[in-house]
Design a protein around this ligand. Structure first.
Ligand SMILES: Cc1cc2nc3c(=O)[nH]c(=O)nc-3n(C[C@H](O)[C@H](O)[C@H](O)COP(=O)(O)OP(=O)(O)OC[C@H]3O[C@@H](n4cnc5c(N)ncnc54)[C@H](O)[C@@H]3O)c2cc1C
Length: 416
């Protein structure tokens, strides 16, 4: 069955970037179709158990992202599930999430804006003509549909739309890509249990000595989540090509096997973990990096480190430092000057060779180290929101009117 439909704006991917893009475009008057391959929205937060929003605040704790992203936080507050934490070693202020509350808040915010959401629907093809995307093909349980639109937003994280349409994208060389991590949630961890890195190091060392198991990381991040009291752990690293189906299949299985070893190690070696059990892995391994947009401009390492301000070009702020997961077990932080923020310019979400597509979230055009800062979900909400407004305005005949985009962002509560 092939159905052809026309809408104003297509958004591919229902993570932080895609949700903000779809809501921003719908609130600007566009008919918006949001395509998501999984049965729920939320992106890495809900499909990879990355249950912490980073990037809403800079390191002085000033709020740098509002708008649609801020409204997601308000909706979590209204449900009584809002929780924050200041991370001890970096001073970063993060928002901790409950997976199910996050899913329902995402459902509601897009529905209230009038977005036409299609879950269980995967982008499988795209056509491009004369420097513009003309349509996409999606597959779902009932068959395939062709959707044409005036404007398109790639919020797929992996640059699926950019790649399928032949629009300017860069596949980051594997050795330079950040490592991937299978996040998981543990239940049954006592309230006063040890969550310290020193505790993990000792438990993993004892386990390796006893069993001879190969464990790439000797410690990771473990934080207590709201509502369930589960502990989210980022411990299991796998470095491989996420765009290769054989490699990703092997890595998912290997990461799950690793997770059981870490659980065993912590049960045996850490105070308060004796009754711990595995609530869930992923479901999918967390992918940090694959493709990126080649934009009209690129955010550079210097822009990040020197907190570069671009008062007339800005469509959002990023206050998250460089956090580079350079290899299994290796994380390198570098601070933005003064612990503050830099501006994300409009041209970093515009495609260099295709005028009617934007790349947002972790596709934002950036060099490798700047990427390690701009990729977080708070900033993904900001870039998505801006692209949504820009795409809606372009579809109504006002292409790339940056002052108008910035004005509408402010009217919709964003910080630019
Ligand atoms: C292990 C790990 C830990 C991290 N820790 C944090 C953290 O603590 N805090 C933080 O803020 N950030 C963190 N990040 C970074 C952050 O999660 C991502 O960079 C961010 O989610 C990017 O948002 P996005 O909207 O661009 O993409 P995503 O959240 O990846 O969303 C993309 C969406 O597109 C969908 N999609 C992809 N391809 C298709 C297709 N062909 N058809 C239909 N749908 C498709 C996906 O299913 C997904 O829902 C972490 C990342 C990883 C991997």
């Amino acid at each position: 069955m092939t159905l052809t439909e026309h809408v104003d704006v297509v958004v591919v991917g229902g993570g932080a970037g895609g949700i903000a893009a779809a809501v921003g475009a719908a609130r600007s008057g566009a008919r918006v179709r949001l395509i998501e391959q999984y049965p729920f929205l939320g992106g890495a937060a809900t499909n990879s158990s990355v249950l912490a929003f980073c990037g809403f605040f800079d390191q002085t704790h000033e709020t740098v992202v509002a708008g649609v992203g801020g409204e997601v936080l308000d909706r979590l507050r209204a449900r009584g599930v809002y929780a924050e934490k200041v991370m001890g070693w970096t001073g970063n202020r993060i928002v901790l999430l409950d997976a199910e509350a996050t899913k329902i808040v995402c459902d509601e915010i897009v529905a209230d804006a009038g977005v036409e959401t299609r879950l269980h629907t995967t982008l499988v093809g795209a056509t491009r003509h004369d420097g513009a995307i003309t349509g996409i093909e999606v597959a779902h349980k009932g068959g395939t549909d062709r959707i044409t639109a005036d404007t398109f937003i790639d919020a797929s994280g992996d640059g699926a739309l950019l790649a399928l349409s032949g629009s300017a994208a860069r596949t980051v060389d594997l050795p330079d890509r950040q490592t991937n991590t299978l996040a998981c949630r543990f239940g049954g961890v006592a309230e006063d249990a040890d969550l310290s890195t020193d505790g993990m190091r000792a438990a993993v060392a004892a386990y390796v000595a006893e069993t001879g198991t190969d464990m790439p990381r000797d410690h990771g991040i473990a934080v207590r989540l709201p509502v369930t009291g589960d502990v989210m752990a980022l411990l299991v690293d796998e470095h491989f090509d996420t765009l290769d189906s054989a490699q990703i299949s092997a890595a998912e299985a290997s990461a799950r096997a690793q997770t059981w070893h870490y659980l065993d190690a912590m049960r045996k070696g850490m105070a308060g973990w004796q009754q711990a059990y595995l609530v869930t892995t992923g479901p999918q391994i967390g992918i940090r990096e694959s493709r990126r947009l080649v934009g009209k401009t690129m955010i550079t390492t210097d822009d990040v480190l020197h907190a570069r301000k671009r008062p007339t070009e800005s469509i959002g702020r990023c206050g998250w430092p460089i956090e580079d997961h350079a290899g299994p077990g290796v994380t390198r932080y570098e601070e933005i000057e003064g612990g503050r923020w830099y501006d994300v310019p409009y041209d970093a979400i515009r495609c260099s060779d295709t005028d009617n597509v934007w790349g947002v979230g972790r596709l934002t055009s950036s060099d490798d180290q700047a990427f390690a800062s701009v990729r977080v979900m708070g900033t993904a909400f900001a870039t998505g929101h801006a692209a949504g407004i820009a795409a809606a305005q372009s579809s109504s005949g006002r292409p790339h009117d940056l002052p108008a985009i910035r004005r509408t962002l402010l009217e919709q509560g964003a910080i630019v």
